[in-house]
Ligand binder design. Structure first.
Ligand SMILES: [Zn+2]
Length: 219
């Protein structure tokens, strides 16, 4: 199975990468530079791929930054909300149509590389605040993208989301089992030198490591 994986450099997509390799998939990763405040995650994505000799490509969509205003991840005038990941204020971190944009681009790469699937590490904990991490959206997009593509016979390109119904504690346990080098991953939305420990992403990471009973090497 040939897969084009979206890799942010965080723990979910890092685990997804190692999951693909365990399944014996032929994987190629792409990351997006959309002007995110925590663009430090791109260096993590590069190191993760380097460590397992998986081809990595970065797609720059810088021009989007100024247009995708209002999200704390792309708009410098919006502060990164602190507090619990699932809380209402975390809606400030939603980047408009991010997964539609990234999955559509990955799908195009999949068509061009004659791949069978694109994959993304969305999980159950994302559902509350990110509508584009939910099953109905992923399913509808998969349908739409296949409808919009010339295909050989009934060949379809699937969107793999193996962690869709799992929580982040599961991802941490599974990733640990698969040997994910957590020290190479980046989660914090602030993108400073060290994780801030206060933003929703840092809190969610801490909860996941606690649930899995694993020590986070970044803390
Ligand atoms: Zn943080």
């Amino acid at each position: 199975v040939k897969v084009i994986q979206i890799l942010s450099g965080g723990m979910d997509s890092a685990t997804l990468l190692y999951w693909h390799l365990r399944q014996g998939h032929d994987v190629r990763c792409i990351s997006f530079d959309y002007g995110q405040r925590h663009r430090r995650e791109l260096a993590s994505a590069a190191s993760l791929c380097d460590g397992v000799r998986v081809p990595w490509h970065m797609i720059e969509v810088h021009g989007l930054r100024s247009l995708l205003r209002g999200s704390s991840l792309t708009d410098a005038s919006v502060d990164t909300p602190h507090g619990h990941y699932a809380a209402e204020n975390m809606k400030q971190t939603v980047v408009p149509s991010r997964n539609a944009i990234m999955l559509s681009m990955a799908f195009g790469v999949a068509v061009a590389h004659d791949a069978n699937a694109v994959s993304i590490g969305v999980h159950a904990g994302d559902h509350a605040i990110y509508p584009d991490c939910r099953k109905p959206f992923i399913q509808a997009l998969e349908e739409a993208l296949n409808l919009g593509t010339w295909r050989d016979g009934d060949k379809r390109i699937e969107i793999f989301t193996p962690f869709l119904y799992e929580d982040k504690g599961y991802i941490c346990r599974r990733g640990t089992e698969l040997g994910v080098p957590w020290e190479l991953t980046w989660t914090c939305y602030e993108g400073g030198r060290h994780p801030c420990g206060k933003c929703g992403a840092c809190q969610e990471r801490a909860e996941a490591f606690a649930a899995a009973g694993v020590k986070d090497p970044l803390v």
